[in-house]
Design a protein around this ligand. Sequence first.
Ligand SMILES: NCc1[nH]cc(CCC(=O)O)c1CC(=O)O
Length: 315
Amino acid sequence: MKTIIVGTRQSALAMTQTGQVVELLKQLAAEHGIACQFEIKKIVTKGDRILDVTLSKVGGKGLFVKEIEQALVDGEIDMAVHSMKDMPFELPEGLVVGAIPKREDARDALITRGYRSLQELPLGALVGTSSLRRASQLQHLRPDLRIESVRGNIDSRLRKLDEENFDAIMLAAAGLHRIGWQDRISAYLPPEECLPAVGQGALCIECRGGDTFMLDLLGKFQHEPTALAVRAERAFLGRLNGGCQVPLGAYASVSEAGSGLDTPLLTLTGMVGTPDGATMLKETASGSDPEALGELIADKLIAQGAERILAEVRE
Ligand SMILES: NCc1[nH]cc(CCC(=O)O)c1CC(=O)O
């Protein structure tokens, strides 16, 4: 019997989502009469080791992913489950996205000390987030709020809300849903108020490009509408060179019904803002070619000065 070794980080979220994917893959394999078993291997990444430094200062996105990808390349593991939003734009030579499963809730969530909405937060309230994207959009809606960096895994950030002076923190709804902590959510921020990170709520299952066994199994797990939405969002990210932590967000929705086309119609909104929220560039368009749509939205923002904002933040 074939044994599939699955690499994962050790955070509560990573372990949980890896376990959930493995359970679904076991069912899929059984349904298709594919004989295999799974073994989970924990890997400590650079992102897990440096929890005390702001992510954008130590190299951004790739941090949580790189060591796991090396293990894939070296053949120590056969697949890995990543949060799509942690994936750098380009994959290392030899690795591919084997499947993008159905997306969880893409929205950001507000976790507060008893306030039921962003609007209810008192004047000058202290909000914890290390994401420039969240800070930019929060400050745009509520310039009075004070924003302070808060890092760590979901569990340690929630602890900081309880123990430190924050009135609220912001986290991705998807992570809280996956680990069963949806009860902690005080409010969901709709994409109209706060655009999520590119790929937020989606997972990326990575494997070796030459591993036909894995590719065959994972191919059955792909959710096409999610994959299309993620392709559009990532095309937007790629055009803006958004590899590291920058105040940039995007969300694509997919509708098949009533589009009058054979292919689904995508609607993509993208934003780039200054960290203080004073400038907020945002564009929406629809189309059926995900890459063309992502690049179109990026070009519209570039025409309004998006590259200048991103260059200033990167300095
Ligand atoms: N930046 C860390 C990260 N990467 C993925 C998630 C969970 C949500 C997801 O899968 O998109 C989180 C936590 C968060 O932003 O709250």
